[in-house]
Ligand binder design. Structure first.
Ligand SMILES: Cc1cc2nc3c(=O)[nH]c(=O)nc-3n(C[C@H](O)[C@H](O)[C@H](O)COP(=O)(O)O)c2cc1C
Length: 188
């Protein structure tokens, strides 16, 4: 069992966060949730309040006394799902001005896994530069770009094609990731 931080912002796509938390919990891991203020509003608007049920702890985004604000805490990694362009910019520039951004900064400095799932289209050059910057600092950028070759039959199955990638890059066991979405097996 490991502990992961899940950061949720005001970008559209809270279902990606809910499914990420659900699968982490199902795989036996604990999730510490941080939601930004816009994130709370957008989660509610998109009907994703079930997300909270899959998380062991919920930290206030303004609480810098939380464990995940420190590199001494034993978190295995963090995913920011979905990541707004605002939060992407803050992480890329190391502002650490809320708990979510600070926890991401801690992951980068401690060389823990940091997965960032940006949600915007199209991208402007500032977004692309910020994705480059966090990648160079050690994060893995996984855009919310689902695959369709596994022929997903529901919205949840479409979303899970992205969630499987998130969990893979958080270091979750490959046999557990394989239960989330079918990977390409070379068959035509
Ligand atoms: C319904 C809704 C959907 C939004 N979707 C996105 C989005 O997909 N990507 C994005 O960067 N911002 C999106 N925004 C704007 C962000 O919520 C806004 O920029 C906010 O300041 C982000 O703050 P945060 O990064 O602290 O969560 C959306 C706003 C609303 C109300």
């Amino acid at each position: 069992m490991s502990r992961y931080v899940l950061g949720v912002t005001g970008a559209s796509g809270g279902i990606y966060a809910s499914r990420t938390a659900m699968h982490l919990q199902r795989c036996g891991h604990d999730v510490t949730l941080i939601v930004t203020h816009p994130g709370k509003q957008v989660l509610e608007y998109e009907g994703q309040n079930a997300l909270y049920d899959y998380c062991k702890d919920v930290c206030n985004v303004d609480d810098f006394f939380a464990e995940c604000a420190s590199g001494s805490a034993d978190y295995a990694g963090m995913a920011v799902v979905p990541c707004s362009m605002g939060t992407l910019g803050r992480i890329a520039n190391g502002t650490s001005d809320n708990l979510l951004v600070r926890a991401a900064d801690v992951c980068l400095k401690e060389r823990h896994s940091l997965v960032i799932v940006p949600r915007e289209m199209p991208y402007n050059l500032i977004h692309i530069e910020n994705m480059k910057r966090v990648t160079l600092a050690g994060a893995v950028v996984i855009p919310a770009s689902p695959q369709f070759y596994s022929k997903p039959a529901s919205i949840e199955e479409v979303v899970d094609t992205v969630v499987a990638k998130i969990l893979k890059h958080l270091g979750i066991d490959a046999s557990q990731v394989a239960t989330i979405a079918k990977s390409w097996n070379g068959e035509r």
